[in-house]
Design a protein around this ligand. Structure first.
Ligand code: SAM
Length: 240
């Protein structure tokens, strides 16, 4: 039966493509891609002789209805993004919603995404977490920081290298200097780095070592910090 396949692709290491992703990409009638050049490169590495069609944030509003209609009429379609799982801080949601509204089956394959390895590598609690994607660049940014300052779950953010230092500085201001965090850079790539410390320590480090590459920031929730501060106070009181 025809359906929409959401196909995750590697976030750096090409070996991270799944066997099923290769099978689905080889089998579908149409491949929609955020960047056709990147995807053509991946397809040629996988030995798949298909030409992807461009599908990105600037054209998806106009085209989703047409793609859903084609799947409903019998064609099978795979959506891939530049890296990771489509619809996670990438185009995909609009097409999924349009398909579901039209009774078209949707299947998202499990596979690479940047926030999961970053969260697990951080060593911070991952039983409950909140994924915020990219923070608002200007409007609503301060409000978001105030909201996140009292968020009790572990917080996961995507960030670009040229904004990392500014964001860490704002974290010191809004969350307090002693909040633990982890900056994951270039996950799955040759120069992968997972740097853990307080937000103040990370701010100092990256101020003197300007970062390059792709970045996920994982920050300890307010509850962890509250518990730690309470424990420290109890210990201090016992010692007095
Ligand atoms: N759809 C992707 C996913 O599933 O993770 C996310 C796409 S979003 C446009 C790109 C952002 O993801 C980057 O700016 C960075 O924050 C994060 N990212 C992607 N690849 C990464 C990597 N190898 N290491 C660290 N962060 C990465």
């Amino acid at each position: 039966m025809s359906k929409l396949y959401i196909v995750p692709t590697p976030i750096g290491n090409l070996d991270d493509i799944t066997l099923r992703a290769v099978k689905v990409l080889g089998m579908v009638d149409i491949i929609l891609a955020e960047d056709t050049r990147n995807t053509s490169f991946l397809l040629s590495k996988l030995g798949i002789d298909k030409k992807p069609i461009s599908h990105h944030m600037h054209n998806e509003h106009k085209t989703v209805a047409g793609w859903a209609a084609r799947i409903a009429a019998g064609e099978s379609l795979a959506l891939v993004s530049d890296a990771g799982t489509p619809a996670i801080s990438d185009p995909g949601f609009l097409l999924v919603r349009e398909c579901l509204r039209n009774g078209v089956e949707v299947e998202c394959l499990p596979g690479p995404t940047a926030f999961v390895p970053a969260l697990v590598n951080s060593g911070l609690p991952c039983d409950r977490f909140v994924f915020e994607g990219f923070l608002p660049p200007k409007k609503g940014r301060q409000t978001k920081f105030k909201e996140l300052a009292i968020e009790e779950r572990t917080i996961v953010l995507y960030e670009s290298p040229h904004k990392l230092i500014k964001t860490l500085g704002e974290m010191v201001e809004y969350f307090g200097a002693d909040r633990q965090a982890c900056v994951s850079r270039e996950l799955t790539k040759m120069f992968e780095e997972n740097r853990r410390g307080t937000v103040a320590e990370l701010f100092t480090h990256y101020t003197s070592h300007p970062p390059k590459g792709e970045i996920v920031i994982v920050i300890e929730g307010a509850k962890e910090l509250k518990t730690k501060r309470e424990k420290r106070k109890e210990q201090d009181d016992e010692e007095d």
